[in-house]
Design a protein around this ligand. Structure first.
Ligand SMILES: [Zn+2]
Length: 324
């Protein structure tokens, strides 16, 4: 779909039956002297073939892609890159902090699960080795990828028009958005996700609550007319984009107060906090929201607002000494 002049975007369709846009990222293609692709989505489940046929229907040839830009290293955003590259010989670009994860599948995979091993028993309703196997299966085998170009905040790609790199850390530390000034489009990667999470997309051990707050403010300041999130439908209209981003930010800013509101002297485990803060969370989004709650709790822990204890061998939290 051509969402703005020469800017095409394709919703990820894999996993739609579970949650809209859940399994594969959206793909954005910008047409200048050649094509630049922002994220690639995945190969599995026919997702890549489907992308190719949708591009062709829009008169775009995947062989004309000269550069693939990654918003971050996650599997659902980079998986089809080797397919795109083998067809087109395209180069690749990403923020410096994402490159080691993109180039090293094992490091990328481990960062998703092993770094939170102590919480995995809480987050996944399965024993850790089983959860690990499932995730490994879902992530598939990642063919070796090399990144040919690193992008800093403010760097521009010029190809008869411009794409400006905008550092938007939070979802991961090197997470980056792509701003297309002549179209007022911001491809925001996983900065926000209005369909699957509560606005903020903090779903892995590399996520930071503090950074996400700053990055949503930054995105608002770019004044985009169109926002293309990494998952789910694009948001069109400057006013609407601002409302959605401000809503996501306001929601996010409430998390610490909500968590404090349910904590006291009785230690609560992650699942208990989640159920009190977000009652009625469906099973399909429970693990993701628990991760979000955990990221916020770790931020609060660092500030002394909550304190970690052990309850029946599992991590649990009570109110900390330091309160604002
Ligand atoms: Zn991601």
């Amino acid at each position: 779909m051509e969402i703005a002049d020469g800017v095409f975007t394709y919703l990820g369709r894999l996993g739609d039956k579970i949650r809209p846009g859940a399994g594969s990222s959206s793909v954005t293609v910008v047409k200048g002297d050649y094509l630049v692709m922002i994220d690639t989505g995945v190969v599995s489940g026919g997702a890549f073939d489907d992308l190719v046929s949708r591009m062709k229907a829009d008169g775009l040839d995947p062989r004309d892609v000269r550069l693939v830009v990654f918003t971050h290293a996650h599997w659902d955003h980079i998986n089809a890159a080797s397919k795109v590259i083998s067809r087109s010989g395209a180069g690749t670009a990403a923020a410096l902090k994402e490159i080691p994860y993109i180039e090293d599948h094992k490091k990328n995979f481990n960062a998703f699960i092993r770094d939170f091993a102590e919480f995995a028993g809480e987050i996944f309703p399965l024993p850790l080795p089983v959860a690990r196997l499932l995730i490994r299966y879902a992530w598939g085998r990642q063919p070796g990828l090399t990144v040919s170009q690193s992008l800093d905040d403010g760097d521009t790609l010029n190809f008869g028009r411009e794409i400006r790199a905008a550092a938007l850390p939070g979802h991961t530390d090197g997470h980056m958005g792509c701003f297309i000034p002549d179209a007022g489009v911001l491809a925001s990667g996983d900065l926000v996700d209005f369909e699957n999470s509560e606005g903020m997309d903090l779903n892995n051990p590399r996520s930071s609550y503090e950074s996400a707050v700053g990055s949503i403010k930054r995105a608002i300041s770019l004044n985009p007319d169109i926002l293309i999130p990494g998952h789910g439908e694009p948001v069109v209209g400057r006013q609407r984009v601002r409302e959605m981003l401000e809503g996501g930010l306001a929601g996010g800013l409430e998390y610490p107060a909500l968590i404090k509101g349910v904590l006291g002297k009785t230690p609560l485990r992650l699942k208990e906090i989640l159920r009190a803060v977000f009652p009625g969370t469906p099973f399909s989004t429970e693990a993701m929201r628990m991760m979000l709650v955990l990221i916020v709790i770790l931020y609060m822990e660092k500030r002394g607002e909550v304190r970690r204890v052990v309850k029946k061998g599992r991590p649990a939290w009570v109110l900390g000494e330091k309160q604002e």
